[in-house]
Design a protein around this ligand. Structure first.
Ligand code: AQP
Length: 335
C-alpha cells in the first residue's frame, strides 16, 4: 500500500500557511490512490505549555477545521495522537536509536527554544523522535508537509535506516518520502517576507486565519507589505522580492495555477490591481471554511465519536507494527 501520514499541532488557530502547505494537500491525497491517516498531534503541542481547557478545545477545533477543509472521516483516518499509545511507545525506542548529535542539529529546536535552551522542555528537544514514531508506527511511505518540516523528515529516514541496521531487519521501517509540493510550501508573514507565517506571531495582521471572515481576509491582504515595482513577467523576476514572491505563490496555490501562469496574466501590472484580485480569490476559497467549522463545532459529542473511531482504526494498524518492533529489539512479550 501507499500510505500517507501527517499531523498538525492543536496549538491555536490554523492559518493560510498550514492550509496551503499541509491541509489542502492532505485533502488532495485523500482523493488519490493512497490510504490516508491524519493526526492531531496533541502530545507535540504540550512540548510547550498549553492551558488544559484550551488544549481540549483546540483539539476539537482542529478536528472541525480538518473536516471543514474537506477531510472526510469515512475516507481518511482522523484521530488525536494521545489516544493511540503506540506513538509514544515507539518514540521511546527511537530515543534510544537517535543520537544526541543528530538532535543537536535540528533548526526548529534552536528557533523555538531561542536563547534559553536550558529552560526548554525535554519534550521539545525530543520532538523529532516522536515525529519519526508518528510516521513509522504506520510504516507510512509518504508524508505531505510544509518546507519547514524537511529536516525532521530527513531525521526520520536516518532513524529508520539506523534501526533496520542495528537490529538487522532490512526494509522493516520504510524510508519515508516527504511530499513538499506546490506553489506555497513556505507561506511567509504578510508583514515581513523573511519570516514564516506562524500561529505564534504576535501580529494578527501577519497571517490569515482559517476562522477570519471575509472583511478580515480582505483587510489583511490590502495591508500586506509589498514593494513599489510592478509584478515581473517571469518567476526569475521574483528573485530578491520576498513579499512579491509570497503573494504570487499564494495566488497560484489558491487558484491552482503555476507561478508562471499567474505572472503570464499579471506581469507588468501593479499591486494596486493585483491585491484586490488576490483578496477576492482568498475570500472565495477561505471564508466558507469558518462557517463549516462552526457547524461541526455545534456537535462536540460527534467530533469526539469521530476521533474515537479514528483512534480505533489507527490503533489496529499501529499495534502489530509496534509488536514486531518489540520482537526485533528483543523485548519479551508474554501477553
Ligand atoms: N508558513 C507555512 N507555510 C507552509 N506550511 C506551513 N506549515 C506551518 N507553517 C507553514 C505546515 O503546517 C503543518 C502543521 O504545522 P504544525 O501545526 O505542526 O506546526 P508549525 O510548523 O510549528 O506551525 P506554526 O504555525 O509555524 O506554529 P508555531 O507558530 O507554533 O511555530 C506542517 O506540515 C507545517 O510544515
Amino acid at each position: 500500500t501507499r500510505r500517507v501520514f501527517s499531523g498538525v499541532q492543536p496549538s491555536g488557530n490554523l492559518h493560510l500557511g498550514n492550509y496551503l502547505g499541509a491541509v489542502k494537500r492532505f485533502v488532495e491525497m485523500q482523493e488519490q490512490d493512497f490510504e490516508t491517516i491524519y493526526c492531531m498531534v496533541d502530545l507535540h503541542a504540550i512540548t510547550v505549555w498549553q492551558e488544559p481547557k484550551a488544549l481540549t478545545a483546540a483539539i476539537r477545533e482542529l478536528a472541525a477545521a480538518f473536516m471543514a477543509c474537506g477531510l472526510d472521516p469515512t475516507k481518511s483516518i482522523l484521530f488525536n495522537q494521545s489516544q493511540v499509545p503506540a506513538h509514544t511507545q515507539l518514540a521511546w525506542i527511537f530515543n534510544c536509536v537517535a543520537r544526541m548529535g543528530w538532535m543537536n542539529r535540528m533548526t526548529q529546536f534552536k528557533e523555538k527554544s531561542g536563547k534559553n535552551a536550558e529552560a526548554s522542555s525535554l519534550g521539545l528537544y525530543a520532538y523529532p523522535s516522536l515525529m519519526a514514531a508518528d510516521i513509522l508506527v504506520y510504516h507510512a511511505t509518504h508524508v505531505p508537509v510544509g518546507e519547514d518540516q524537511k529536516q525532521h523528515l530527513e531525521l526520520t529516514r536516518d532513524i529508520a535506516i539506523k534501526f533496520n541496521n542495528d537490529y538487522d531487519c532490512p526494509g522493516f521501517f520504510p524510508e519515508t518520502e516527504p511530499i513538499i509540493e506546490g506553489a506555497a510550501t513556505r507561506v511567509m508573514s504578510l508583514r515581513d517576507g523573511s519570516k514564516k507565517m506562524s500561529k505564534s506571531d504576535p501580529s494578527d495582521l501577519s497571517r490569515i486565519n482559517l476562522i477570519d471572515d471575509a472583511d478580515a481576509i480582505a483587510k489583511k491582504i490590502r495591508k500586506a507589505k509589498t514593494d513599489p515595482e510592478p509584478l515581473p513577467t517571469a518567476a526569475a523576476g521574483l528573485e530578491g522580492r520576498p513579499e512579491a514572491r509570497n503573494l504570487v505563490g499564494v495566488y497560484a496555490a489558491l487558484s491552482g495555477e503555476s507561478v508562471d501562469q499567474v505572472l503570464g496574466e499579471w506581469g507588468g501590472r501593479m499591486f494596486g490591481e493585483f491585491k484586490p484580485a488576490l483578496a477576492d480569490l482568498a475570500v472565495e476559497m477561505i471564508a466558507p471554511i469558518a462557517g463549516r467549522m462552526r457547524d461541526y463545532l455545534a456537535d462536540p459529542a460527534e467530533i469526539d465519536r469521530i476521533l474515537g473511531d479514528g483512534a480505533d482504526r489507527a490503533n489496529a494498524i499501529a499495534q502489530p507494527i509496534l509488536e514486531a518492533t518489540y520482537d526485533h529489539v528483543g523485548l519479551l512479550r508474554s501477553r
